[in-house]
Design a protein around this ligand. Sequence first.
Ligand code: 0RQ
Length: 504
Amino acid sequence: MAEVESFPRMTAEEAAELIEDGTLVAFSGFTPAGAAKVVPLALAKRAKELHAAGQPFQIRVLTGASTGPSIDDALAEADAISWRAPYQSSRPLRERINDGRVAFVDMHLSHVPQSVLFGFFGKIDVAVIEANRITADGRVYLTTSIGASPSFLHAAEKVIIELNHYVPYEISDMADIVIPKAPPHRPALDLDFPLQRIGKTFARVDPEKIVGVVETNKPDEPIRFTSPNYYSGAIARHVVNFLLEEVAGKRLPKEMLPLQVGVGNVANAVLAGLGEHPDIPKYMMYTEVFQSSAFELMKRELIRGASTCALTLTPIQMLDLVGEVDFYAPRLVLRPQEISNNPALVRQMGVIALNTALEIDLEGDVNSSHVLGQKVLNGIGGSGDFARNAYLSIFMCPSIAKDGTISTIVPMCTHIDHTEHSVNVVVTEQGIADLRGLSPEKRARLIIEKCAHPHFRDYLHQYINKAGPGHIRHDLKKVFELHQNLLRDGAMLPEFPTSHEIKV
Ligand code: 0RQ
């Protein structure tokens, strides 16, 4: 590889030696796609050895979004992370965030690159970025995600490249990379449809900053989804019927508008459910994660094309993608997260946003991130970038959680990621509540009737009946009674049937 000969090659262990205690390290990765893999593992090993010798070693970790286990699981288990942003989905890291050992900053994902550019995180000491090609003049071809890597490469003082030969060039050539300038010199983005290209297929780095190149040959770490079940199937059916009614009512064009679909089991299953319906037209996606169910729909030509920030696919799908690259390349564009999640572009293109909630309150506010308002699950991720600016913002979740001990429809959310102003439609397996144009009391009654589980409906109606008058009706003494019951008794309401008897 003539073009990389001028850069110092080294092992992952040698690269890890270049990273000092207390530094801010930016890793590539948006989901496990394109995440650095070998240097973080070597860093975790180094941290354990230093800790065993009684020496401190912790770094501050910045990424595009969640990562693979080699970053978050390994570094958290080695107690090597002191601070983390902007999103995570790692069990060991979550435990340390929630018991106060790791300081976590939960952020809108579109804000990450510009926060780097504006200097809001301070100096980025080192960027560790996966690429499959670099050139002597500083072109860096990224792999299965773009994330915030172009901005990390631009801002970091030192750069370590994980040169991953597993990822074929055809994938990096799907990239369309542009870094918007800082205001007041920031022109509008001239992007009118999802597959339009406005940038380059590579990111740029000052070659002088490259302190190490580590050669690897590794696939992305897999992500596992639970199989679609009764709940996700019913939610998908409600969403499909709703979209078809919108088309019939001419509130949506007949070819639909681009879809964004969030992360997790529910979103993945709902997307698969959309594909099953013969009347849903072939559509485009303007989304941040192109995950396995979307890939299957594209393979069947039900999705016409997708703009995304990451390809979060199974190893078999990745082989399929490369084997049929002539089919997929014209249909996929990989963008940096400040473009894939750009609020102005979401508004401009009229994206339909489908995101998942942990709990939804009677006004239509949504909690997507914090259990009982206290313990973070994953974070807000990109959901806010889309929900706030969507043509239609739809939130979905099963009406109950944890075998029915929890109602996801509650009088007031214990933490709010998306306010009632950013939520048009609420869906559970029970039904769909179209909140557009409704006053708070009407919204509350509709959410209870259409979306709450029957076991909780009487309680919720009584709550509203007895709440004090006002534009929004609440009883401040009882507003968190269900949550307090859960903490005290292990269930929001007593006498819920056991899971196999749940009436749905
Ligand atoms: O717990 O794992 O112990 O069984 O929460 O719930 O139903 O499997 O849902 O995998 O679809 O994830 C909101 C977390 C949903 C995800 C969330 C428990 C439940 C289960 C997970 P177990 P499910 P999903 C852009 C989009 C925010 C970021 C986002 C998410 C676990 O979608 O992180 O949208 N969204 N990004 O039992 C207590 C409740 C609960 C509850 C469910 N009310 N109280 N626990 N659970 N409801 C993409 C990116 O940003 C990259």
